[in-house]
Write a protein that binds this ligand. Sequence first.
Ligand code: MSP
Length: 513
Amino acid sequence: MRDTFYITTPIYYVNDIPHIGHAYTTVACDAMARWNRMKGKRVFFLTGTDEHGEKIQKTASLKGLTPRQLADQVVTNFQALTPALTISNTGFIRTTEPRHYTAVHDLFRKSLANGDIYLGEYEGWYCVPDEAYWTDLQAEDGKCPTCGRPVERRKEPSYFFRLSKYQDRLLKFYGENPRFIRPESRRNEVIAFVEGGLNDLSVSRESLSWGIPVPDAPGHVIYVWYDALTNYLTGLGYPGKTPEIDAFWPADLHMVGKDILRFHAVYWPAFLMSAGLPLPKGVFAHGWWTVEGQKMSKSLGNVVDPFDMVKKYGPDAFRYFLLREVSFGLDGDFSEKELVKRANSELADKLGNLLNRTLGMLGKYFDGAVPAPEGEDPADAVLSGCAGETLAAVDRAMDDVAFHKALSAVIELVTKANEYVQAMQPWALAKDPDKRARLGTVLYNALEAARVAALLMAPFTPSASQKMWDALVPGGGPVENERADQAGRWGGLAPGASLPKACIVFPKIETGA
Ligand code: MSP
C-alpha cells in the first residue's frame, strides 16, 4: 500500500466570501487528511482559490476594482477560513500565481502538440455564473441546466479539446476503476452522460481578458475550468520533477460538490489522458446544504457564514455537525437549532460527560491517579470489545468516505461506556472497601473508552480531542501524531498517571429557550 495520500478541495471562486458550502468541502477533506495521517500516511492536502474567468471579471467591475484587486481582497477570507476551521492543509494555491501559469501552459502545450487541442469556432448558450457553455438541447428553456439562471447566445473563435476522442477510453476507465467516481449513484449519472456522447470542449475564450493566455495565440485566454482543474498539478510543483509530484501524484481523492462532478470526472481525466499523465484515483461528490429547508441564496439573506458559526459554537461543534448530520454524499438541511441539539446531546451530554464525570470520580476516589485494572468481568469485555469494533468501523467508514458512519460508531461507543458506568455504579462500589480493586477497574475502563473516543474523534473535532488527550494522556503530545491502530488498542491508558479532576471540553450550549 502506498504510504502517501493526496487530497484536494475544489478551488473557490473569489467573487464572493466563504459560505457553508466552502466550509463543508474543506472540513470533509480535513477529516480525511487527518485520518490518513493517523494511519501513518504522509499527506498532502491542497486547497486554494480560482481567480480567473468572466465571473470574477464581472464582479470586479461592478465593484470598481480590477480583477486582481478583487482577488487579492477576497482571497484573504479564504486564507483566514482555514485556521478558523482548524484545517490542516499543507498547500494553498491561487490560480493567479506564476507557478500556475507555468503548469497550465505545459499541460495545454502537450495537448496542442499532439493535436488534441485545435482551433475552431464556438457557438452555444453560455451561463456566466457557472462559466459553462450549453447546447440547444441542454438549455432548451433559455436557462442553465445546473443553476437555472438565464443563458446568453455566444459565438467566438475558440480552441477546442478533442473530448469526443476520449469517450471510449473514459468509459473503459470507469469500468476498470469502480471506485473512481463515488457515490455509486453519481457514478451512474456520469457514465450515462458519457455514454450519451461527448462533444469537443471549448477551452479558450476570445471575449475575455482575465485569464491565462493561450500559448502563442494573442487574444485568447484559456477557459477557466481548464485553468482551474490544473491547480491539482500546480500544487505539487508540476511541471517540475519535484519530490511532491513523485510522492503524491496521482491524487488519491478530489473532493467536490455534486454540481462540479462532471468537470472532475469527465473533463479532467480526459485532459490528463491526452497529456499522458496518470489519472486520479478517486472523485467524491458530496451533496448540498439547504438552510432551514430553503435554498441558500443572497437574495433570501440566509447564507450561512462559517466564521459566524465558529464564533458562536467553536470549530469543533460546527465541524461535528457538518459531518454528522447527513449521510455524506446526500443533501442536507442546516439549522442552528439542530446544530445546538446535536452538540448538546452528543458532544456535551455523552462524550463530554463521560470524560468529566469519570475524571471527577477518579479525583474523588483515587486522588486522580489512574489505577491498574484487575481481571475482566463480562461487562468489561463487552466494553473493550466494542472499542475494538469501533476502531475497525471508523476505518471502514473512512475508506468509504462515510463520515456520518464513523461518527455514529464513536458516539455508540461513548453511549455504551456511559451505560457501563451506570450499570457498574462506581459510587456504590466506593462505599465498600473490599470492592476498591473493582472500583479501580471500572474507572479505568470508563476512562479508557473515553481515551479511545478522544483519539477517534481527532479527525473531526481536533481541538477538543487534543484537550481530552492532554487530560487522559499527560505529556502525550499532539494526538494527531498518534497512529490510530496502535493508540486505539485497548489498554493504552497508563496506570499511575495523574489526571486532572475535571475537564470540560464541550460546554453545554445555552439556547435561551
Ligand atoms: N471554482 C470552482 C471549482 C473549481 S475546482 C477545480 C467552484 N467554486 S465555488 O466556489 O463556486 O464552489 C466550491 C464548492 O462549494 C463546490 O464544491 C460546491 O459544490 C460547493 N457548494 C456551493 N454551495 C453549496 C451548498 N449550498 N452546499 C454544499 N456545498 C456547496 O465551483
